[in-house]
Ligand binder design. Structure first.
Ligand code: GDP
Ligand code: IMO
Ligand code: MG
Length: 444
């Protein structure tokens, strides 16, 4: 069984890109199956930094096929920009990158709607979206009548469809209570998208058929998650979520590859918590600890450059995400960032209206009232960036990793101590069953 998948277990930015880049070495195909240009995945190798938004991080290794499936909402201008950037740095695209003809296309009206509508949640407040038209494009996909997919760009009636949708959207924008949008021009949008279609033509294919053949032929496929499980449209902190299934449940629907082909699911966690945009975050530290984490971790959004909200590790949320995504093992990233703090806290339960629980609430109002119950662990002063083996980690750092494994209920197989590919400790499967902490019995 050839499939691996990498899923973020928090609110995104768990360093999935770094992990996918490392795992790509052992795979033939890397697949992006959800989200769109709202994602920002950073990979660092020596003095080279790569920022990828839509193209799978696998593109950085030669001889690996990369696939963008129909579950992704595709902004062609963004994908072409990214292709140009990669080509100018010596990466070949033709013959390596395939894009599904089923992918729904992000148009300028989606970006306008994103801007007009965020901030008008029925209960008040703003989601704080990335403004990339993601939600409106998924909304049109589900609504069907106004949706345009990549395959439609090559049909003779493409121009008519754009005119039809633009006429509808212009009327809608005028009627919008806060509507301040300039009318859209169908002719120029059609011309721009027809040109994008020509540029993308060599890449467009039925990726579902390609991937089903691949898994049946025993090819090793790596599914690269975008966002994180707590931003999942069905299972996350609704409505402060993204518009796709960003937890493990989205792999099959987004790619068309049944979950029976995925036999290794890696849950990616930061050693602490971050969140960009609105919504509850029980362990947020709006204080010196939050600043320490933000500055050491350089916690500013890749896509929107917003400062990320930072806080302690939330084991209640992470355990929920790990169970929801069927995670086999954990990768704990950015452990180095916690160095220099005297003590570290981990949230191991919530108190809601005086009642203690380890269950992640389904209702936003309950999560908003949740008071974290913390355990305190000793910190470490050493810098971890040069550590390459678990034995060289300070004992307190190992103990911290062990406690995460215990509370989340899955073993930790990978620890990351810096952005570079090389700054990674990977345990063999045998060692993964043992704790990281030397003072516990090896067979615990
Ligand atoms: P993704 O969206 O899940 O791929 O994560 P991002 O790339 O948005 O955010 C992770 C950030 O942390 C990037 O800037 C990475 O270069 C950086 N990073 C990854 N692993 C580590 C690590 O172990 N330590 C530190 N200090 N930075 C890391
Ligand atoms: P990666 O793949 C962090 C957040 C936005 C906002 C909410 C909805 O880099 O981990 P959207 O534009 O999707 O409608 O915004 O989701 N968000 C992310 N936060 N990392 C991401 O992706 C995100 N993609 C969306 O900040 O709160
Ligand atoms: Mg990111």
């Amino acid at each position: 069984m050839p499939g691996t998948c990498v899923i973020g277990l928090q609110w995104g930015d768990e360093a999935k890109g770094k992990l996918v880049d490392i795992l790509t070495e052992d795979h033939d195909i890397v697949v992006r199956y959800a989200g769109g240009a709202n994602a920002g995945h950073t990979v660092v190798s020596g003095d080279q930094t790569w920022k990828l938004s839509i193209i799978p991080s696998g593109i950085l290794r030669d001889n690996v096929a990369c696939v963008i499936t129909g579950g992704v909402v595709l902004d062609p201008a963004k994908v072409i920009d990214e292709m140009d950037g990669l080509e100018s740095r010596g990466r070949r695209m033709v013959g390596r990158l395939q894009i599904s003809d089923r992918a729904h296309i992000v148009f300028p009206w989606h970006v306008v709607e994103d801007r007009l509508l965020d901030g008008s949640l029925s209960g008040g407040g703003a989601i704080g979206t990335t403004g990339r038209g993601i939600g409106p494009c998924y909304r049109d996909k589900v609504g069907r009548s106004l949706a345009i997919r990549l395959g439609d760009l090559y049909r003779p009636d493409f121009r008519d469809r754009v005119e039809h949708v633009v006429a509808f959207k212009n009327r809608l924008f005028t009627a919008w209570p806060s509507g301040q949008a300039e009318p859209l021009d169908a002719a120029s949008i059609h011309a721009a998208y027809a040109a994008y279609a020509e540029r993308l033509r060599p890449h467009v294919t039925d990726t579902t058929a390609f991937l089903l053949d691949a898994v049946e032929d025993g090819k090793r496929v790596l599914f690269e998650g975008a966002q994180g499980a707590l931003l999942d449209i069905d299972h996350g902190t609704f409505p402060y979520v993204t518009s796709s299934n960003s937890s493990g449940v989205g792999v099959a629907s987004g790619s068309g590859v049944p979950s029976r082909w995925v036999n290794r699911i890696i849950g990616v966690l930061k050693a602490y918590s971050t969140r960009v945009g609105g919504g509850p975050m029980p362990t947020e530290q709006d204080n010196a600890t939050g600043v320490h984490i933000r500055e050491r971790g350089r916690e500013y959004g890749t896509v929107t450059k917003r400062p990320r909200r930072c806080g302690w590790f939330d084991a209640v949320a992470a355990r929920y995400s790990a169970r929801l995504s069927g995670v086999d093992e954990l990768a704990v990233m950015l452990l180095d960032v916690l160095g220099g703090l005297d003590e570290l806290k981990i949230c191991s339960a919530y108190e809601i209206d005086g009642r203690r629980t380890t269950q992640f609430p389904s209702q936003l109002a309950d999560l908003e009232r949740a008071v974290p119950i913390y355990e305190t662990l000793p910190g470490w002063r050493e810098e971890l960036d040069a550590v390459r083996s678990e034995h060289d980690l300070p004992a307190h750092a190992r103990r911290y990793v062990d406690r995460i494994a215990e509370l989340v209920g899955r073993p930790v197989s990978i620890v990351s101590v810096g952005p570079d590919r090389a700054q990674t400790i990977i345990r063999d499967p045998e060692a993964t069953r043992r704790p990281w902490h030397p003072h516990q019995p090896a067979n615990a």
